[in-house]
Design a protein around this ligand. Structure first.
Ligand SMILES: *Cc1c(COP(=O)(O)O)cnc(C)c1O
Length: 630
């Protein structure tokens, strides 16, 4: 026996030490420590960085080090006042499930090597299918999380619909889709102009009319709509896209409908959640995240595919060195053929253990309570003179902010300050988001530990806490120095006169250096009267500022604005939404006289907004106004 094997007595002893240490941490009083305890990389490196020792050290000494140098520096996810991001609170039986999976080193890739754990995964997937209302021929796979599930879905759809990658394929999502959708597109080789980010309606849901227009414009241009990523519970607001309408649109055009239910899908277990999520079962594929609203410890995600064979077809490859592990018997599922992982732990065992141990009613009750608490928060915000509701409770999320008399910048400073102040204590923890460009405090109730008094304490803080404006000064703007030659974008184009740049109100407060930069990179373009400068639903990233002439703006055929010297447009499509993806054009602009305009390429426009506060604040204001109209 080598030195890495331990006898049973030692295994038990070490195990008891670990279990005792975890239990002790978990049952600490809620106010004993802050919810988050940050530390700088330098500080932690000083505690921890060292080469691996040649000889071993006593286990209890190592546990003490973890207790002193590592464990204090992480958020207390299980804290009842943890309302930031999408919280996660696991259960003890599921944590023990993870211990079993790793203690016995489960590898659930093939039936022949792991029949019991494979069947357990099938059982858990059958539960999920049943809860969602999916048919029995649907298939699924447990993944590391929602991001992996979304990527697996896109790969599956591409294989099922067209096969190999093509430049003509287009993916659609709303601007409130999770960033993992854009990341999946990027990883799978979709270029930024192959992902359409669509505007949302007044309740932050995907607009079916926008989807139809965008798809039709793409079809007219010879492109091929492939995949729509709708969301069932958006991360920012909890909004659920109009799933039935979107499903009908997709069906008519043969487009794959994926519903990202990473945050919200498990709400189907509750009566109200089920009503809110109607239409979920119509999706071609669904992402679920048991490590969110099914109270599993990280990691555990899930992808379900309605036509189960499509998932197998997309991923199955059997090399010679795995032939022995493959039985070919139909019911004997090899999970390695249902996604990108060959070696994979059992995520099912923790789901199975916890659901069996507590019973489904306990989970249903926990989910219901979160929905209740979010509604309670909304009622308190509505009743308060000092708070403003920014988006009402949807599933377990509500967005709001402290009212201020001043500008948008002031509202942002005040509320960001209140969030920071809260996070330093042990009462609660929330995060922020931006809705139509407006800063909002975001409260997401998901933990099974959260109580009414925890929600009340956080709302009290935002109502009453004092704001020290000195501490709330804006973060300094980081300037990026670049080699000027890299910015010589438009080879051979005549250089723009810096005075023309300076004469436009948008650029009036730029310093000389930035005016020079704009003059160097901008291009001066002329359009004859009657020309369409940009057309709605087209793809383009340039930003336009009118130097001379007038233009009219049309949205869905209706005139919505007139523009003249100094006005600008194209900022919504130019601004990056993440991973260099952005909106298509959301309006048509027609020149009514001859128009002379400065044109800025999208990437440079993003740099300018990032570096120049005067431009940033005007653009943010415009975005807020124009998105409110969208
Ligand atoms: C959290 C979340 C994801 C990403 O899931 P991970 O498990 O963190 O990878 C994707 N989509 C939505 C809507 C989410 O809320």
């Amino acid at each position: 026996m080598g030195r890495l094997w331990l006898d049973a007595k030692t295994m038990r002893e070490l195990g008891h030490q670990v279990v005792d240490a975890i239990a002790e941490r978990l049952v600490r009083p809620w106010d004993a420590t802050p919810i988050i305890a940050a530390a700088s990389p330098d500080e932690l490196a000083a505690r921890l960085a060292e080469p691996a020792p040649e000889d071993g050290r006593p286990f209890d000494e190592l546990l003490r080090r973890l207790d002193r140098d590592v464990l204090p520096f992480m958020t207390r996810n299980e804290h009842p006042g943890y309302f930031a991001y999408i919280p996660g609170s696991g259960t003890w039986p599921s944590a023990l499930g993870d211990l079993i999976a790793s203690g016995l080193n489960m590898d659930v890739g093939s039936w022949s090597l792991s029949a019991g754990p494979s069947e357990l995964e099938l059982v858990v997937l059958d539960w999920f299918k049943q809860w969602i209302g999916y048919p029995s021929h649907a298939a699924g796979v447990l993944t590391s999380g929602g991001s992996a599930a979304n990527m697996t879905a896109l790969a599956c759809a591409r294989e099922a619909v067209v096969g190999a990658m093509s430049d003509r394929l287009v993916v659609y999502c709303a601007d409130h889709a999770h960033s993992s959708v854009a990341r999946a597109a990027r990883i799978l080789g979709f270029r930024p102009d192959q992902l359409r980010v669509l505007p949302v309606d007044e309740r932050y849901r995907m607009r079916p009319d926008a989807l139809v227009h965008a798809m039709d414009a793409d079809i007219r241009a010879g492109r091929e709509p492939l995949f729509v990523a709708a969301v069932a519970g958006s991360t920012s607001t909890g909004a659920v896209d109009p799933l039935r309408e979107i499903a009908a649109i997709c069906k008519e055009r043969g487009v794959w409908l994926h519903v990202d239910g990473a945050y919200g899908a498990f709400a189907v277990l509750s009566e109200r959640g089920r009503a809110t999520l109607r239409g979920l079962e119509l999706a071609d594929s669904i992402t679920l995240d048991p490590h969110k609203w099914l109270y599993q410890p990280f990691e555990c995600g899930c992808l379900l595919v309605r036509q189960g064979h499509q998932l197998l077809n997309a991923f199955e490859i059997v090399p010679d060195y795995l032939r022995d592990a493959k039985t070919g018997v139909p019911r004997e599922v090899n999970f390695a053929d249902y996604g990108m992982q060959l070696s994979r732990t059992s995520h099912a065992i923790k789901v199975w253990l916890s659901v069996q141990y507590f019973g489904l009613a306990a989970f249903r009750e926990a989910i219901d309570r979160c929905i209740d608490l979010a509604q309670h928060a909304e009622e308190r915000i509505r009743r308060s003179d000092r708070l403003e509701l920014v988006s009402p409770a949807a599933l377990g999320i509500v967005c709001f902010r402290r009212r201020t008399d001043g500008s948008e910048d002031e509202a942002e400073r005040t509320n960001a300050h209140l969030i920071r102040a809260l996070s330093r204590g042990s009462i609660g923890f929330v995060s922020s988001t931006r809705l139509r460009g407006r800063f909002a405090v975001r409260l997401c109730v998901l933990n099974h530990t959260s109580r009414r008094e925890d929600v009340d304490a956080v709302i009290d803080h935002f109502e009453r806490a004092a704001v020290d404006t000195r501490a709330a000064a804006p973060a300094p703007v980081v300037r990026h120095e670049r080699d000027a030659r890299i910015e010589e974008g438009w080879l051979g184009a005549p250089r723009v006169d810096p005075d023309v740049v300076r004469s436009l109100p948008l650029f009036a407060e730029l310093d000389d250096r930035d005016v020079e930069r704009v003059a160097r990179i901008a291009r001066e373009v002329r359009f004859p009267a009657g020309a369409a400068i940009v057309e709605q639903w087209e793809v383009g990233r340039e930003f336009y500022a009118i130097v001379d002439g007038t233009a009219r703006v049309f949205k869905d055929g209706k005139e919505i604005a007139e523009m003249g010297r100094g006005d600008y447009f194209g900022e919504l499509a130019a601004l990056e939404w993440g991973a260099s993806f952005s909106y298509p054009r959301l309006a048509t602009v027609l020149a009514t006289t001859d128009v002379r305009a400065l044109v800025l390429p999208g990437p440079f426009f993003n740099e300018l907004v990032r570096d120049a506060p005067s431009v940033a604040s005007r653009i943010r204001h415009t975005v807020r106004e124009r998105m409110a109209r969208a």
